[in-house]
Design a binder for this molecule. Structure first.
Ligand code: 13P
Length: 287
């Protein structure tokens, strides 16, 4: 059964570790992440962007697939199905489709409009038992056509959004989606500390987990980050393993063309990186 992400993230704040959000694209992705979470006895959040939802034919398909896989695979660790960077309408659709958590990304609206739309969605999520994430200060980089400049969130605006009753908050602290450029300045821990000061025990979310050095991840967790999103790194691992399979000519040997064989190395590579992240984030055996 899917659960909201509230309890697992409150526990993470208390225990000073973070739960990984790993984005899914298809059945193989979902299977690899669920298997790894179960093997690591770790809570997990499956992230679905609006684009990935569309790719998988719609949010209803995603919710039905994930719920059925949890049952068929005998998954007992807590699993939340979460809309990543949702629009207002996207959130409503996911609530309707059976997701257990949504992120409303109102970071591109003026703060008053972000406040108003977030408030409406908080009320709906409360009533239906879903958890909700909000964002202040847009996350840099490009994701599903949404381009952010990598702002540092204003701590007072974070407090304003936190007070609306969101369950966790994404605050830009110099993090960006995708690979980090060579001249990246790193995370702004002063900003993070100020945000933490004003938002108390509210779990904070670090987007753009791909390529952030391990020591920065650990410092971020010590300063209140309890959810870390990883997407690109799984894609890169999948790509490298698939490329190797083809380049070694394995698809030309015997039944190597069978999609179940063709996709197996990529699926195994996703398990490897997800396990590495769960160990780094400290969520192993925290289910
Ligand atoms: P990366 O693709 O950089 O890992 O970021 C993932 C993310 O933040 C999803 O919201």
């Amino acid at each position: 059964m899917l659960v909201s992400a509230t309890e697992m993230l409150n526990k993470a704040v208390e225990g000073k570790y973070a739960v990984g959000q790993f984005n899914i694209n298809n059945l193989e992705w979902t299977k690899s992440i669920l298997q790894t979470a179960q093997e690591c006895n770790s809570p997990v959040i499956l992230g679905v962007s609006e684009g990935a939802g569309k790719y998988m034919t719609g949010f209803k398909t995603v919710a039905a697939m994930v719920s059925a896989m949890i049952e068929d695979m005998g998954i007992t660790v807590p699993v939340a199905l979460h809309l990543d960077h949702g629009s207002y309408d996207g959130c409503l659709k996911c609530i309707e489709a059976g997701f257990s958590s949504v992120m409303f990304d109102g970071s591109h609206y003026p703060i008053d409009e972000n406040v108003q739309k977030t408030t409406e969605l908080v009320n709906i999520c409360r009533e239906k038992g879903l958890s909700i994430e909000a964002e202040v200060g847009s996350i840099g980089g490009e994701e599903d056509g949404v381009v952010g400049a990598g702002e540092i969130a204003d701590p007072n605006e974070c407090k304003m959004i936190a007070d609306l009753g969101v369950d966790f908050l994404a605050a830009g602290i110099g993090n960006i989606h995708g690979k980090y450029p060579a001249n990246w300045k790193g995370l702004d821990f002063d900003a993070l500390a100020k945000i933490k000061d004003l938002t108390g025990d509210l779990p904070l979310v670090l987007h753009g987990g791909t390529g952030i050095p391990a020591d920065m991840i650990k410092t971020a967790i010590s300063l209140g980050v309890a959810k870390i999103n990883v997407n690109t790194e799984c894609q890169l691992y999948f790509q490298a393993a698939t490329r190797k399979y083809i380049e070694e000519g394995k698809d030309l040997e015997g039944k190597g063309f069978d999609p179940r064989k063709l996709l197996a190395p990529g699926a195994a590579a996703i398990k490897e990186i997800v396990k590495e992240k769960m160990e780094l984030f400290g969520s192993v055996n925290k289910a």
